[in-house]
Structures are given as C-alpha cells and as structure tokens.
Design a protein around this ligand. Structure first.
Ligand SMILES: *Cc1c(COP(=O)(O)O)cnc(C)c1O
Length: 344
C-alpha cells in the first residue's frame, strides 16, 4: 500500500528501532529517565527556549500549553481552520474552561490587524483574551508556511496587550527545511511551541512542548493531571533523539515529492491542485466522483488518500508525503489517478 493519508503513518526504521532498544531508561515521573532528559535538552536547544517537556501527543502539548497560559473564562484566539479548534475535541472548553475566539485567515493566515480587532478591551464585563495561537505549517490549508514577518507583527500586538502567543508547530521542521530558516529563529518571541516527532520526523509516538523554565514546570504538573506522566519513556524519547539527529534534512525529499505529485495531478483536467509549500497536497475534484468515491477506488488499487471532510469539503482530498513513500510511489500514484479520471 502507498499510504498518503498522513505523515503520521510512518513506521520506525530499523536504525530507529535499534536506538529505541538500546535506550537507557528510568522513571520519568521522578525526572529520572536520562534519555527523556536528553531529548528535552536537545529540543530546548533547537528551539532556543529555556526548557522542554516530552508529551505523548501533539494534542496534549497544545492543550497543556492552553491550560498553563489561560484562566477559566478567558478567550483564546485561533484560526478557523486550525488543528486546535477543529481536531482537538473542544478540549480547551472541557479542560481549561476557555472558549475559542475564531478568526478567519486568508487561506488560513490571519493578520496582526485581525488579532488587534479580536482582542477584548479590558472591561470587567467582557471575557478577557488569554492567548493567541498560530499554526505553522498550517495543516488544513495544505501545509502552508506562516510568513515570519506576519507572525512577528502578531507577536508584537499580542505582547503589547500582555497576551502570550503559543505556536502549534507540529510541522515546524518542515518550515525550517523549506525556508532554510533555523527553528530557533522561526519560534523566537513565542511564549511556547509544540512540535511533533510522530509526523514527518518518523517517530512512532511523541511531541515536545517548549517554553520558559517556569512555563515548563507548570506544564509538567498539567501533563500529569491529564494522565500524561510516563514512566520508562526513554524508549520513545530515543526515537525522538534519533529523528532529530537523522531525519530533519530529508524532509526536503518529502517537499520535492509533494511538488512532483502536485504537478503530475494538476495535468488531470478535472482536478484543481493547490501548489504545495511543504509536504501536504490538497486536491479539489471539479467533476466526477466525490472524494470518498475516488479514495475508495484508489484504495482498491493500492493507494490510500484522505478525503478532507463533509459539506463543501466533500470534493477535497489531502495527500501527504513522508519518509515511507518513495519517488516511484509518487509516480505510480499519478498514474493511478489518471486511470481513474481519464476523460473527465
Ligand atoms: C497532528 C497535529 C497536531 C497533534 O496531533 P496528535 O495526533 O495529537 O499528535 C497538532 N497540530 C497540528 C497542526 C497537527 O497537524
């Protein structure tokens, strides 16, 4: 099977498994797992933040950040298509007692002016704005890169109002590889950043939340409260360390494959393809089958793709490149799309 549904489907390589098998471990709830500690130190170093915390998932990393930055009754500014707002099961309401204040970006990217207009005046009878969240790359709009200058303007506006800014950087390494800008530079000024090891970096499990020492100290308490205190987690952290040491530059191959895939598919008359900026290709089906139907037919031929959703999204597919799909897989996928859609 050629699995293009997500970059989460990658399996650990033999070398990564070897690193996991050989990991030195201890009880991380006691802070005694040397491999987890090394991963956290390395993540802090890469992001230029004071400290870091290994968490089981990106969702937990984001939601721990929201819990630490906000107080119940506040609002959190999020983009309408963001992961935090759409795919994290309303956890900010459930767990932190805050509500999303939704801004509609231009294809997923909002401006500092929009943030300025969404920040509540500090009147006693209004909910106060507790946090602003950005997402880079922005998943649902095709792995778009949040322009650094725009992000910095938003940081300035939020901080001028005393409001922290969290970065959902699930795929921040894709941004870094695509732009050549170091991760530390991309996240400078943010109050916290979460990145995923379990996506394009190829780990079986894990994300890392980074921030100030004080922030991470509190985040560790919240992680435990959520049931995220792990014991001999060094086995998993070893995969993370391995990925940070060996799997970052190769993201360029995924970006190249995404480009080739997009170019190939854009030759098919009934498809409209968004030019990918990183490793996510969004395809709109203009005529013929729905996304569900096309996905089912491709599955029978050995290719898995993800229909984007219901309603107006029912004619959209999402294809994600990653380290378990080769150039040949990409070319084969283009051929199979042609087989299904020729004449439409
Ligand atoms: C995948 C992802 C997350 C976290 O997902 P988990 O499945 O909980 O690890 C968060 N934000 C974005 C943008 C993502 O793509």
């Amino acid at each position: 099977m050629i699995d293009l549904r997500s970059d989460t489907v990658t399996k650990p390589t033999p070398e990564m498994r070897r690193a996991m098998a050989q990991a030195e471990v201890g009880d991380d709830v006691y802070g005694e797992d040397p491999t987890v500690n090394r991963l956290q130190e390395k993540a802090a170093e890469i992001t230029g933040m004071e400290a870091a915390l290994f968490v089981p998932s990106g969702t937990m990393g984001n939601q721990v950040a929201i819990a630490v930055h906000t107080r119940p009754g506040q609002e959190v500014i999020v983009e309408a298509q963001s992961h935090i707002y759409n795919v994290e099961m309303a956890t900010m309401a459930r767990f932190s007692g805050v509500q999303p204040r939704v801004i509609f970006g231009e294809r997923g990217i909002f401006t500092a002016e929009q943030v300025r207009n969404a920040i509540r005046p500090k009147l006693y009878y209004l909910a106060h704005t507790g946090l602003v969240c950005l997402e880079n790359t922005h998943n649902a709009v095709g792995g778009r890169i949040w322009p650094l200058s725009g992000a910095r303007e938003i940081l300035e506006v939020a901080h001028a109002h005393g409001i922290p800014v969290h970065l959902d950087g699930a795929r921040i390494f894709n941004v870094s590889v695509a732009t050549g800008i170091p991760v530390a530079e991309l996240v400078r000024g943010f109050d916290s950043v979460m990145f995923c090891l379990s996506k394009g970096l190829g780990c079986p499990v894990g994300s890392v939340l980074c921030g100030s020492r004080e922030f991470i100290e509190e985040a560790r308490r919240v992680r435990k409260a959520l049931g995220g205190g792990m014991r001999q987690a060094g086995v998993l952290a070893a995969a993370g360390l391995y990925a940070l040491e060996h799997h970052v530059p190769r993201l360029a191959e995924d970006h190249e494959n995404a480009k080739i895939l997009a170019e190939g598919l854009s030759q098919i008359p009934c498809l409209s393809v968004w030019p990918p900026e990183t490793n996510i290709v969004v395809v709109e089906i203009l005529r013929g089958p729905t996304a569900q139907e096309l996905a089912a037919r491709l599955k029978r031929k050995g290719v898995l793709v993800a229909p984007a959703g219901a309603g107006t999204e029912a004619r959209k597919l999402r294809l994600v490149t990653h380290l378990d799909v080769s150039r040949e897989d990409i070319l084969r996928t283009i051929d199979l799309f042609w087989e299904e859609l020729r004449g439409l």
